[in-house]
Design a binder for this molecule. Structure first.
Ligand code: HT7
Ligand code: ZN
Length: 877
């Protein structure tokens, strides 16, 4: 397969102004008639020449140009294109194609889910529906007519507004027509048809327009739409308030489908969602699910402006819409809940997934330079690091400057397909700040490292901070230029109070927290009027996606844990200390030294647990030890077993010492108040279940009784799942009965069954691999359903390091077999699974060779998709 390069971008030779589509949906064959108004692009680099339309996996029935049916000799059809040599300057083209959506297991293009029809066109699915210039810089106005059996497909939806519908014809079929007044790229096209029911509400915009809001679901699920609808209304209000952005059509629709490769899709006026991000009620959804629904509903809604009204010129610019929209949804969730708690969760996610990507074989810039398969670039780098890059602009410009930049961006580019550079230019121009060097965040891959040291001069009352930056090589980028890094910081005096900050040469007065512009490889910042030796609080709020190295003592970290005015850094200090102690224990274990957890650390935990003023959600995060994955990242060679054993040991040691406090916390956070999904209630449940988790590390009779009791009696799925997850790790007799009971209760709720699969897949018991392999044959498992694959196969390979990396290699063989099975059915899902091998070089030689052998087996398999080939072959490079 050939790579596509950003440097080869050229404007499209032709433009398409209008698209008139007619779908005739059938059980065996679906016929699509497309009428396009095409003209040569006046801005094209060279004369228009042949028209080459993208298209694949369809049967071409006919082609007509300006009303005249073409003879097959007048065009040529390839496996991925339709070429018309030398068409006129402007013309109409009518193309008829036939598809078999029921055979489409890739879930891209037009496919069937639960008997309904559904489309997914991002990134390049539209070309599986009809021949088209399937690229985001071709924006057209769409009119879509759908005809189908009225009983089987009573609901037929597409983008925009419903402009016509005709009742049953003699043959029992009916027809609807939708018109979208906004020009859009083909990836935002959507069609849904089938038996669906809807929940309806409305929203009055700031300017007084009433918008109809509908959520379509399969019958029986109406009672699980309330949270998604409330989230949508909150998102609409937030975007008006924070960015002055109003919704622009008369109707906004969400459709929830069970078979979907990703979370959701922002098609204009007709968002299509994975059921996982719509359906939620306390009995079936955990707090994490509720938060996920709120965030994804918001994210897709926010795309209406950042993505749809202003879209990407080409797919290299994907972060233009995704990074910006993730930043917007993160800000929304922060405003709805606790800002520090949200920031901690986002940084944990970045470190767990993006940092490893950025230091592995798939490392790529936020704006990639090349790809083989664009679907492989919907990555955590493009999304989450992209959001960090936007956040840094927000930090550098301030909230007002950023808002001015957004206003200018829309003023300049509404209705256009643009680049990341256009976005930065709008920010720069609006705020009058030079972001020239800052642009390197878009072009250079890798996680920069920031080494900071401080020197206090008591006589001169100065504090000199020396900041050095570096960035490791990444594929294709052996050396890097310095980044422009916003370094937010404060200096704490011995009482824990922030010291006013003034740099040498600056006039007063001074604030107590500020952002330094780090631009050189090494820079010195000298603070004056510093009365005492301070403890620096660095990178407050995680002001840049970097790895910070600072020579803190354990006492410094304990001090920051207790006193830092920045809540994120209070958490961070605890994590840094815990990481240090746990890695020391891993070394002790490797050297056969006895394990002992520092009493001072347990005391610090105890203070957090007993602090009545602490937000329980924050306390739960502060009391969570760094994950096995994160600890592994800090080691040159990941000691899978050592990390697992030491972390388990530390949890037991903490639980043993703090048992009474943990029990008291469990009881205090329990309560019998009615279920609520507000931030406070979520926080109490998080802390309660954290306490239960520690207590279960002891597995004594009282803990087991609490856990089993919670499993049986809890009303909220959060609590049921917390208890079941803990039981699943044990050898208790109650384990099997709980798993059986859970399945019997919930076997008709696919999203709950997914939880049942993933809990078993993530069990630390040695027999887990055999159990997971057996579950592939369970009647509820369906390899064609991405949610089931992510729950069982993804849960095992991505969420169970100690079992997946079992030194025998069985986990690796299992994953490779599943990748090959999926490759034939759904390459996008297969490629997400094969990514779990990407970090093979971080392990010991034995595991390395086992993983490499599986990657080689995959690459050598005939018929490999572009998706899997790209990841597997780059992993081996
Ligand atoms: N913009 C959407 C991306 C997406 C997608 C991409 C490739 C294949 C399937 C897909 N489904 C959705 C989702 C988003 O980021 O909002
Ligand atoms: Zn998105």
């Amino acid at each position: 397969p050939q790579a596509i390069h950003l440097k080869d971008y050229a404007p499209p030779p032709y433009l398409i102004d209008t698209v008139d589509l007619a779908f005739d949906l059938g059980e065996d064959v679906t016929r699509v008639r497309s009428r396009l108004a095409i003209r040569a692009n006046p801005d094209a680099a060279s004369p228009a020449g042949a028209l080459v339309l993208d298209g694949q996996d369809m049967r071409l029935v006919s082609v007509a140009l300006d009303g005249r049916t073409l003879d097959p000799s007048e065009y040529s059809v390839g496996p991925e294109s339709l070429t018309i040599p030398g068409p006129p300057e402007a013309f109409s083209l009518e193309v008829v194609t036939e598809l078999k959506p029921q055979e489409n297991t890739s879930l891209s293009g037009l496919y069937r889910t639960s008997g309904n029809f559904c489309t997914q066109c991002e990134a390049e699915g539209f070309r599986k529906i009809t021949y088209f210039l399937d690229r985001p810089d071709v924006m057209a106005r769409y009119r879509t007519t759908i005809t189908a059996d009225a009983l089987k497909y009573p609901v037929m939806l597409s983008n925009g507004n419903l402009v016509a519908s005709s009742k049953m014809e003699g043959d029992g079929r009916h027809t609807v027509t939708w018109e979208d007044p906004f020009a859009k790229p083909s990836y935002l096209f959507a069609l849904v048809a089938g038996v669906l029911v809807h929940v309806e509400d409305s929203y009055v915009t700031r300017s007084g327009r009433t918008v109809t809001l509908r959520i379509y679901v399969e019958p029986g699920n109406q009672d699980k739409c309330g949270h998604a609808m409330a989230s949508l209304k909150k998102s609409m209000a937030w975007d008006e308030e924070v960015f002055g952005l109003e919704y622009d059509l008369d109707i906004f629709m969400i459709v929830a489908v069970g078979d979907f490769n990703m979370g959701a899709m922002e098609n204009k006026g007709l968002n299509v969602f994975n059921t996982k991000y719509v359906l939620a009620k306390p009995e079936t959804a955990t707090d994490t699910d509720f938060l996920g629904v709120e965030a994804v509903v918001a994210h897709e809604y926010f795309h209406n402006w950042t993505g749809n009204r202003v879209t990407c010129r080409d797919w290299f610019q994907l972060s233009l819409k995704e990074g910006l929209t993730v930043f917007r949804d993160q800000e929304f969730s922060s405003d709805m809940h606790s800002r520090p708690v949200k920031r901690i969760a986002d940084v944990q996610r970045l470190r767990a997934a993006q940092f490893p990507e950025d230091s592995g074989p798939m490392a790529h810039p936020v704006r990639p330079d090349s790809y083989i398969e664009i679907n492989n670039f919907y990555t955590t780098t493009v999304y989450e690091k992209g959001a960090e890059v936007v956040r840094m602009i927000h930090t550098l410009l301030g909230a007002d400057g950023f808002r001015k930049g957004m206003d200018l961006y829309f003023e300049r580019h509404d209705g256009q397909a643009v680049t990341c550079d256009d976005f930065v230019a709008a920010m720069e121009d609006a705020a009058g700040k030079d972001l020239g060097q800052f642009r390197r965040w878009y072009s250079q891959a890798g996680t920069p490292e920031l080494a900071v040291t401080g020197e206090y001069d008591a006589a001169a009352r100065t504090y000199r901070l020396t900041v050095r930056q570096s960035c490791p090589p990444t594929p294709g980028q052996p050396t890097k230029l310095p980044f422009h890094i916003p370094l937010a910081l404060g200096l704490l005096d011995p009482s824990g109070a922030d010291i006013p900050l003034r740099l040498a040469g600056e006039p007063g007065p001074a604030g107590t927290s500020r952002v330094l512009d780090v631009t050189g490889p090494e820079q010195v910042f000298e603070f004056v009027d510093v009365p005492r030796q301070p403890v620096p609080s660095l990178l407050r709020g995680f002001s840049a996606p970097v790895k910070l190295r600072a020579p803190y003592t354990d006492d410094d970290l304990t001090f920051l844990m207790a006193h830092d005015g920045d809540a994120f850094n209070r958490w961070e200090a605890g994590q840094t200390l815990a990481t240090r102690l746990l890695l020391d224990l891993v070394a002790d274990r490797a050297e056969n030294r006895p394990l002992e957890l520092s009493p001072g650390f347990i005391d610090a935990f105890s203070r957090i647990l007993k602090d009545p003023d602490l937000d329980p959600a924050f306390a739960a995060q502060a009391l969570t030890l760094p994950s096995e994955g994160y600890l592994g990242q800090q080691m040159p060679v990941i000691d899978v077993d050592g990390i697992h054993e030491v972390r388990t040991f530390a949890r037991r040691a903490i639980a043993g010492r703090l048992r009474d406090d943990l029990l008291a916390t469990y009881r205090a956070m329990g309560g019998n108040e009615p279920f609520s999904i507000d931030a406070a209630a979520i926080g109490r449940r998080a802390l309660k279940n954290l306490a239960l988790g520690y207590l279960m590390a002891l597995e004594d009779a009282e803990a087991v009784e609490l856990c089993v009791g919670q499993f049986h009696n809890a009303q909220a799925m959060t609590d049921v799942i917390a208890a079941l997850g803990l039981l699943a790790d044990t050898r208790l007799p109650q384990r099997e009965s709980a798993l059986r009971r859970f399945y019997d209760l919930w076997k008709d709720e696919p999203l709950v069954v997914d939880k049942w699969f993933s809990i078993q897949a993530m069990s630390e018991r040695p027999e887990t691999l055999d159990e997971v392999a057996a579950l592939l044959a369970h009647p509820a498992f369906e390899i064609r359903n991405p949610n089931k694959v992510y729950a069982l196969i993804g849960g095992f390979a991505g969420g169970n390091p100690v079992r997946f990396h079992d030194a025998g290699g069985g986990g690796y063989r299992f994953l490779a077999d599943q990748v090959l099975a999926l490759n034939r059915l759904n390459p996008q899902v297969a490629s997400r699974m094969v990514k779990m091998f990407a970090r093979w070089r971080k392990y010991d030689p034995r595991r390395q060779s086992l993983m490499r052998a599986e990657l080689e087996r995959i690459v050598a398999t005939p018929g490999l998709s572009r998706d899997v080939f790209e990841i597997a072959s780059k992993s081996l490079e």
